[in-house]
Design a protein around this ligand. Structure first.
Ligand code: TXA
Ligand code: MG
Length: 375
């Protein structure tokens, strides 16, 4: 399949920029587009064939429901069987924006779109290109994150091209997603309301509107514990995983640094390639091992094979004091390690308050809950 790549500049876009994309969506074709969280892979939410195509393009299990995107609040009416006051209150405060609400669905939404569930996830994105695309198409747009199933979500058009080129009809390139982590998901079909996926809208922000909202148990888990079943079906699958083996080190920052250096050096010596996911605070310190190539590490300058394979890739995603920056760079860093071919990846843990909850949720899933505590 030929995938049309269309660049759109949000600061000077016109209706004509969206004509082909809107026609595609109305005719059941798939268009990837930028949102403020991550790129989405869009299709007509009313069309069960379009939903089936989305699952096929991503290689995603079809019991994993899609989020339906709208461009203004009134568009919610035909999608749901009722609008609770909580939904209006949250929409007033956080829409358009990175919040998804689970509500009871109407009959117009086919089960293919909701993975067989009687509920539907709805979000009104704030990204001007996403908003305009939905308006121009004139239909609700079902869109999961625009990545191949299991891979890190996409925050740039280049990531979408990597995963989906040739499998979908169009990719709209609108630059990088600002937030970089998927939306916060809130289930309003239960009382008290539950957070199924942490995101940019934190529990503290949500409690200003719904004081008794809680995390679903699965959000807080820190181990591979299959007895805790995620309520958002998508949260149960292996997710965001880089190809290399990812380990998170948690604890006192100095101890984390020493543990990562020790692990990295021992893998490099054995002729492996290593990635380090770090922050501004520590990045400079790893430079010491950056130039300690395999010659020094193995003590054998003739061992060319080991030297060639043992490569170190350091990725600094920002300051620990700037969680928005860490969030925005996380998925891009995981993809960078894949491209580099890093076999072992060592990541520093981040603080879990505020936006850190979402950052660590994604990082722990990417690592398959492979976390080492150090002191
Ligand atoms: O920021 C986002 O939410 C992005 C952009 C494109 O909007 N979309 C996104 O979609 O992250 P996706 O498909 O990658 O993740 C949707 C999550 C999955 O974990 C899915 O199981 C859950 O939402 N979900 C969807 N409908 C649900 C429902 N009715 N009940 C419970 N969970 C639901
Ligand atoms: Mg996803």
């Amino acid at each position: 399949m030929n995938t049309v790549i269309k660049k759109i500049d949000a600061s000077r876009m016109a209706s004509s920029d969206f004509k082909e994309a809107a026609d595609f969506l109305r005719s059941g074709k798939l268009v990837a587009f930028p949102t403020e969280t991550v790129y989405g892979l869009g299709g007509n939410a009313y069309d069960s064939t379009a939903s089936a195509r989305i699952y096929a393009a991503k290689g995603r299990p079809s019991d994993n429901p899609l989020i339906v995107h709208i461009s203004s609040f009134i568009e919610i009416d035909p999608l749901v069987s009722g609008i609770p006051d909580e939904a209006r209150a949250l929409a007033d405060r956080f829409w358009p924006g990175p919040l998804t609400m689970i509500l009871n669905k109407s009959d117009r939404i086919p089960k293919e779109t909701t993975g067989g569930l009687d509920t539907v996830a709805i979000r009104m994105p704030s990204h001007p290109i996403a908003n305009r695309l939905i308006k121009e198409a004139g239909i609700p747009i079902a869109a999961p994150s625009a990545n191949a199933s299991g891979r890190p979500s996409t925050t740039k058009a280049e990531h979408v091209i990597e995963d989906l080129n040739g499998k979908i009809d169009m990719i709209i390139d609108g630059g990088s997603s600002d937030i970089g982590l998927e939306s916060t998901i809130v289930d309003l079909t239960v009382k008290p309301a539950l957070i199924l996926r942490p995101g940019y809208i934190t529990i503290e922000m949500l409690r200003e509107v719904l004081p008794d909202i809680e995390y679903d148990k699965a959000v807080l888990k820190r181990m591979r514990d299959d007895s805790i079943v995620a309520k958002a079906p998508g949260m149960k699958y292996r997710h965001y995983a880089p190809k290399g083996e990812l380990t998170i080190f948690e604890g006192d920052i100095g101890a984390v640094f020493r543990a990562i250096v020790r692990e990295a050096e021992s893998r490099l010596k054995a002729g492996h390639s290593v990635g380090i996911l770090t922050s501004d605070e520590l990045a400079g310190n790893y430079k010491a091992i950056e130039h300690a190539d395999a010659k020094d590490l193995s003590g054998d300058s003739r061992d060319k094979a080991i030297q060639e394979k043992s490569k170190l890739y350091i990725r600094d995603i920002g300051s620990r004091n700037n969680e928005a920056e860490i969030a925005a760079g996380l998925f891009d860093a995981l993809r960078y390690f894949d491209e580099a071919g890093a076999e072992y990846i060592y990541a520093e843990a981040f603080n879990e308050g505020g936006l850190g909850q979402a950052i660590m949720n994604r990082l722990m899933k990417a690592a398959g809950y492979n976390i080492i505590k150090v002191n």
